[in-house]
Ligand binder design. Structure first.
Ligand code: HEM
Length: 282
């Protein structure tokens, strides 16, 4: 075991400098690994921030997936306060994720072109962790597994996420266990399919929102936190859309899509749809 030394050798009220191997910080954070994963593909000085921003976003996706999986499990076990804590943490994380658009938000086409061709067919569309976020929100799609056929671990994780109840499925099951009239067809739906809005579910939320302090005040609060999540996800999609429009106009994407028009369609999708439509009836 190493002992405390200070730089002048005088006392022990300064940080320890003496480690036999790598520092305990390194052992925990693996900063050496993390800061040597930036393999640039061009000589353009602007590529570094593009790559690191993408990596930072991947890390935030990972944290947010962790929070939402924690929340989904807690809802399944009727531990609403635990789910609320995880969802609230995810709100602050989504804000940090969205703030990380700043370095890329004003790229000009010439700046982006300086390294764009070096990306080849690489596209965020192929991000497995983003896809897990979308699956947790109920935006399921088996065809989104296809790009990952060649990567067994990632494919396995996505396959599992496709079959598991989303955050919203767990919420609706909880509402049903609390005696609210969520239809059987929703409770027993094929979980691997995209969640489709239901008039009956909209009516359940309408009733909850009409009486926020009624017998289900905690479920009303849960509805509001999920609405915050939905809003911040919508903001991420829109910030991405606007950054893309600035950087490449109407060109096709590196992933082969129509680019901005494809992203526009994705951005209009409502997360947790009835939490939005119910508001018209309260
Ligand atoms: C300003 C730089 C960026 C541009 C111009 C851009 C462009 C695009 C385009 C055109 C698409 C549609 C698919 C395709 O054909 O490629 C797309 C999808 C996507 N991009 Fe970006 N992107 C940028 C930055 C980022 C960053 C930093 C991330 C962070 C990981 C990211 C994540 C994604 C994701 C997750 C999708 C799929 C969205 C979905 O499935 O709805 N993008 N991007």
């Amino acid at each position: 075991m190493s002992h405390a030394l200070d730089a002048s050798g005088a006392g022990s009220d300064t940080p320890n400098l003496d480690f036999a191997g790598t520092t305990p910080y390194e052992d925990y954070v693996q900063a050496d690994v993390l800061t040597h994963l930036q393999h640039l593909r061009s000589d353009d000085p602007g590529e570094m921030v593009f790559l690191v921003t993408t990596q930072v976003m991947e890390l935030w996706f990972t944290v947010i997936v962790h929070e939402w999986e924690t929340a989904a499990r807690a809802l399944r076990e009727d531990r609403v306060p635990v789910a609320m804590d995880a969802l609230k943490r995810s709100l602050r994380e989504l804000e940090a994720l969205n703030a990380s658009w700043r370095p890329l938000a004003q790229l000009t086409p010439a700046q982006f072109n300086a390294y764009r061709s070096a990306l080849g067919e690489g596209s965020g569309f192929q991000s497995a962790m983003y896809r897990r976020m979308e699956f947790l929100l109920g935006e399921k799609s088996a065809s989104m597994l296809v790009p990952h056929r060649g990567a067994p671990r990632v494919h396995g994780e996505l396959e599992k996420a496709l079959q598991e109840p989303s955050l919203y499925d767990e919420t609706l099951r909880l509402l049903a266990r609390r005696g609210l009239p969520v239809p059987q067809s929703v409770l027993t739906r094929d979980l691997a399919l995209r969640y489709e809005p239901s008039a009956e579910v909209e009516a359940v939320w309408t009733a909850l929102y009409a009486e926020p302090d009624g017998g289900h005040a905690d479920l009303h609060r849960l509805g509001e936190v999920l609405t915050d999540v939905a809003e911040l996800v919508w903001r991420w999609r829109n910030d991405h859309l606007v950054a893309t429009r600035r950087a490449m106009g109407a060109k096709t994407g590196t992933g082969g899509s129509a680019g901005v028009t494809w992203l526009e369609k994705r951005a209009t999708k409502n997360v947790f749809p009835e939490l939005w439509t119910a508001r018209s009836h309260v």
